[in-house]
Write a protein that binds this ligand. Structure first.
Ligand SMILES: *Cc1c(COP(=O)(O)O)cnc(C)c1O
Length: 432
């Protein structure tokens, strides 16, 4: 098996994804190219939808975190699969609605929603706001009142959990810019303020503890803290939370040494923990929302690059240059994220050439991966970087005025273009 079982090798020794030859994809659509296996993506959605439906109270639902991957053609898929969606900006709201996604299934995040953002989201009929701070409560209450509506909200709190991941992608600790901490007593004041708002309907609480989490334990810890907090709020205000949103964060396998995450098993364990916790407090079991981003799209995606050349620095190392890099995948430059790289056009050959993959930007940090082995690379070889479905397309830039790659969806052995490659005209489209 090649990291994930939607990958295979054709008789010509080419890498195939979802049954489609990647060499054919590069020939048809060019490289660099983002490829997303729609069958895998749909299967990942179903895993969450079914596991939540089976183990959790009615109304429980996964919300896809759009920051991981966001383009118009994704939203009809999410809608069909019964997902809700997290959005963090009016641009994400616009994209979801342009893709025909029902606004009532949108959950609007953000630690600095501007007055324009709030107005746009309210006028779009966004189902629920995840309120980050007391100032947002005031602004949202005012804006909802001006429209004569009562807006559903969840209150974002920080439970103070460190799930032992990278600090840059770890948001459950108290010292962070998202949400209101429970431990300092500020979250209790936040709830009191929210319950006093005439135009807001508080549904419950939200917490997001971090990313690349491989087991249920950190989520169970978050549930313990949230239930204690919910109990205290019931005692203080008679308020009962109907919904707990536990955020995103289940991990994915980037390299062979990463574990496979048992998502249904983790959700069952979490459900059992939740029900026991509620029973002990005689608290009505709230519905559960999860916000998976990475674990829905990462392993559905891969990126194809063409090799430009090889440069060996005598006594140091060899660089293999590809026709993309930090502009389409900034994650190695940002966090030294590990990825698996395969010689997509030469899968049958022995990989004994030690090298680092360099992008094409004028930036020494523009590396895709270091210390990998490939068959002695040649100009024109096709390489595949696996598991790039999350936080690649969505974090891409036009640095060095490089055009963003196209994105193709593969389903049932067929490929279709979902996002076309940018052109030079696109690069100057906003320039006056
Ligand atoms: C980033 C984020 C997510 C998604 O995290 P993944 O690790 O991609 O699952 C969900 N919710 C919030 C609030 C986030 O910030």
């Amino acid at each position: 098996m090649l990291l994930y079982n939607n990958l295979s090798v054709t008789p010509q020794g080419h890498l195939a994804v979802g049954g489609v030859d990647t060499v054919d994809l590069a020939r048809q659509f060019g490289a660099p190219l983002y490829v997303v296996d729609e069958d895998q993506l749909r299967a990942n959605c179903r895993t969450y939808v079914q596991a939540l439906a089976e183990a959790m109270p009615q109304g429980s639902m996964p919300l896809f975190a759009g920051k991981a991957l966001c383009f118009k053609g994704l939203y009809p898929i999410l809608k069909e699969e019964g997902m809700g969606a997290d959005v963090v900006s009016p641009g994400e709201i616009y994209t979801a609605l342009a893709g025909g996604f029902p606004p009532e299934r949108l959950y609007f995040h953000g630690n600095n929603k501007t007055d324009e953002d709030i107005a746009y989201a309210l006028d779009s009929g966004v189902g629920c706001f995840i309120v980050d701070n007391p100032q947002e409560l005031d602004r949202l209450d005012e804006a909802a009142g001006a429209r004569g509506i009562r807006q559903r909200v969840l209150l974002r709190v920080t439970p103070g959990i460190d799930p032992h991941t990278l600090q840059a992608i770890n948001t459950g600790r108290i010292d962070c810019q998202f949400g209101v901490p429970i431990e300092t007593g500020q979250a209790a004041q936040f709830v009191a303020a929210a319950l006093g708002k005439e135009h807001l309907e508080v549904e419950g609480f939200h917490s997001h503890i971090g990313s690349q989490i491989f087991e249920a334990e950190p989520f169970c810890d978050a549930v313990d803290i949230l239930l204690d907090f919910a109990q205290a709020m019931r005692t203080a205000h008679g308020f009962v939370a109907r919904t707990l949103n536990l955020g995103g964060g289940f991990g994915v396998r980037y390299v062979e040494s990463d574990p496979m995450v048992d998502i249904p098993g983790n959700i069952r364990a979490l459900a059992q923990h939740l029900k026991q916790g509620c029973a002990a407090k005689d608290y009505p079991v709230p519905r559960i929302l999860l916000e998976p981003g990475r674990s829905i799209v990462a392993n559905a995606g891969l990126t194809l690059y063409e090799v430009g050349g090889v440069k060996t620095i005598e006594g140091y190392r060899s660089y293999v240059t590809v026709n993309g890099g930090m502009t389409d995948n900034p994650r190695y430059a940002l966090y030294q994220s590990p990825y698996t790289v395969l010689p997509a056009s030469r899968m049958g050959e022995e990989g004994d050439f030690l090298c680092s993959l360099a992008g094409r930007c004028c930036e020494s940090g523009d590396l895709v991966q270091e210390n990998i082995t490939l068959p002695q690379p040649r100009r024109g070889d096709l390489l595949a970087v696996l598991t790039t479905g999350a936080y690649n397309f969505s974090m891409a830039s036009n640095y060095n005025r490089l055009c963003r790659p196209a994105l193709v969806l593969v389903r049932g052995g067929q490929a279709r273009l979902a996002v076309r490659r940018q052109t030079f005209q696109d690069l100057v489209a906003c320039d006056l």
